[in-house]
Design a binder for this molecule. Structure first.
Ligand code: GLY
Length: 376
């Protein structure tokens, strides 16, 4: 096993040395690769929610290798993202994804005071989206009542801010949102909704549409991964056992749905004759399962979560990783949304690579826990 982990890590570093040079040359924030070119975000320019994953990968690789090219690239993109922070117009609850992995990682690894200030600024934006009826508003325009399961990942930014400022307000908001999510998103069998629409004036649940999944009531696999990883993180930050139990229930459901080849269907309820894969979900769940394996006290679960993570990562490596010089990105067969929303189907999407790199770094024992509490 150690041999596979080490050789996969070496292949990642070789590949990313080339793709980092190309991103710098193109001057953009990679969203997906098409052959030997990076393509930027499909919507909202540099404010698109995925902008943090590239600098996040750069920080992980710099931390593991100490190579200067990764550090410089992380800082180049951080500047672009800080510009978006000042612009504000397109930002939403995904400031967690965007700024935990860029400015937040910068501060985590170097203690940089400007990075700290920018991360705190992002946390105040996220806190400002809280509706006192119990949830964090996801998106803008006429969607005041919309919350989405993805937000469980963004909560790390709030927990971080409370710990940094010694001020419980941010954590209180995070915990209220997590409690609402436990009640309204997560189903008895450990599956969950992508979207819940609340009445913004009183918090009553109005609807649970299918969102990026197959249909209302189905189980969009990336949403299951966000929930699994997000509740594990909420437990990590608070020590509240209810979050651990919820993460375990979601994990058990996810594991029961991993395909025999280790790949992940885009939706666990999709029709059997539909070949629709989303390896981002598999890579993200793998990284969350590695944390959950550390967190759970049950020795049987510990082993089964680690085994499942390795099955997912090896499935991707065996069937969907492109290690050649013909492409910049690694992981193929990533799907943004079940009913194609223009963000891509069965292609390379960079944030899938991010979670693959994160999980492999964790397996190597490197500090790859960018969402976790910082040790003081
Ligand atoms: N957070 C949006 C997505 O997972 O596509």
């Amino acid at each position: 096993m150690q041999k596979w982990i080490d050789s996969t890590f070496d292949k990642i570093v070789d590949k990313f040395r080339v793709s980092t040079a190309k991103a710098k040359e193109q001057g953009l924030i990679p969203y997906r690769s098409e052959g030997k070119e990076w393509i930027g975000s499909p919507f909202d320019g540099n404010s698109w929610w995925t902008g943090g994953f590239w600098p996040g990968a750069m920080w992980l690789l710099h931390n593991a290798t100490k190579e200067e090219c990764f550090l410089k690239e992380a800082l180049r993109v951080e500047k672009l993202l800080v510009h978006e922070l000042m612009e504000f117009t397109h930002l939403n609850h995904d400031v967690g994804f965007m700024y935990m992995l860029s400015c937040g990682a910068h501060y985590r690894f170097t203690g940089d005071s400007e990075a700290h200030r920018n991360t705190m600024h992002a946390a105040t934006i996220l806190a400002g989206r809280f509706n006192p009826n119990g949830y964090i508003r996801a998106w803008d325009k006429d969607r005041a009542g919309w919350a989405i399961i993805d937000c469980m990942m963004n909560l790390s930014l709030l927990y971080w801010a409370s710990a940094e400022e010694n001020d419980p307000r941010f954590e209180q908001i995070a915990r209220i949102h997590a409690d609402t999510s436990m009640r309204t998103f997560v189903r008895e069998d450990g599956s969950c909704n992508h979207i819940v629409i609340f009445d913004p004036s009183n918090g009553e649940v109005l609807d649970c549409p299918g969102g990026q999944g197959y249909a209302a009531g189905s189980s969009w696999s990336r949403g299951q991964a966000w929930a699994l990883y997000g509740f594990a993180l909420s437990y990590m930050h608070t020590g509240d056992k209810r979050y651990l139990e919820t993460a375990e229930r979601i994990a058990n459901y996810f594991i029961a749905n991993i395909r025999p080849d280790g790949l992940t269907d885009s939706d666990f309820c999709q029709p059997k004759d539909e070949e629709r894969i989303d390896n981002i979900a598999g890579a993200c769940a793998a990284s969350g399962l590695l944390d959950l394996s550390d967190l759970t006290e049950d020795t049987v679960l510990k082993e089964s979560y680690r085994d499942a993570a390795i099955k997912l990562l090896q499935g991707i490596d065996a069937h969907c990783a492109d290690w050649t010089e013909e492409t910049l990105g690694i992981m193929q067969k990533c799907t943004a949304s079940y009913h194609n929303d223009g963000a891509g189907r069965h292609i390379n999407i960079l944030y899938g690579d991010y979670f693959f790199v994160e999980a492999i770094c964790k397996l190597r024992g490197a500090d790859a826990k960018l969402w976790s509490p910082m040790s003081k």
